[in-house]
Unconditional design. Sequence first.
Length: 211
Amino acid sequence: MKVLIADDHAIVRQGLKQILTDWDETSTIAEAATGHDAIRMARESDWDVVLLDISMPDRNGIEILKQLKKEHPKLRVLMLTMHSEDQYAIRALKAGAAGYLTKQSAPDELVTAIRQVAEGRKYVTVSLAEVLAENVGMDAEKPRHETLSDREYQTLCLIASGRSLSEMAQEMCLSVKTVSVYRARLLEKMGLRNNPELTHYAIKNGVVPPL
């Protein structure tokens, strides 16, 4: 099995590589530190599974996922991230991810997820399966944050997490002016007036945990 690890933290990549090296079913393991590298390496070689983080230094992981799936529709992408399922799991699955796993998961669960995804199946945890079941048939009652673009949603999460405008710009690899535009858009879409109202909404609707 050929696995591409796309994560911006060298220690994390090394740990994942060690787990996969100890597993007999992997023949090739490669690393990408940026979204650009992941997209380039996907173009240069065929991969059975891509392990992709959401917080990448140059592009949001959901955007990278969409680009990968656009260019390689059959590519199996397993999201492996520090972000909780409540924040990004459903959005990632709708964007084409074959599974979603947090970095707090045990190595055995990671191996199981990779194997299952490589076989062409989806991998979700029991808790995420329950959330998905609850969302069946609820599109008509879709919460307001589900209408946001990926960048607007990321802006909402960062505001609700207490990040300043400059911190958000740095994390999103955008200018302060551009982040301000995303903030204005999401305020308009959601019918809210300011950051405190955004934060209250995000906590109330489980977008972020209580501070």
